[in-house]
Design a protein around this ligand. Sequence first.
Ligand SMILES: [Zn+2]
Length: 106
Amino acid sequence: MEVWIKYKCENCGRRFQVCEVPGDELEEPGCVECGGTDHEQLPDQLRRGDAVIMIGCGEAEEHSGKTWYCRTDEFYHGAGKYQEGIVFLEGYSGSFKTRFLQKIEE
Ligand SMILES: [Zn+2]
């Protein structure tokens, strides 16, 4: 089973995911935006029912301080380096990119 590991680039702030297949050699993941290899690892995939806040996007300013709840588990959309983690949120129409969400403890 493949495992998705999320990173945040320390150079440009871009969040990205790298697929790790057990048994395969993992290449040093580079940022999809700037190619930088300095990054911090972010927590695991979001799960249904997780509480999150929006960060680093237009909606985050609009909904500042609002807690959202995941309506689905996080899933992945797109291919290769354009792959994005996506989740649906309670009360929000359409999907939301998880790199603009931060899980919070309640
Ligand atoms: Zn970067």
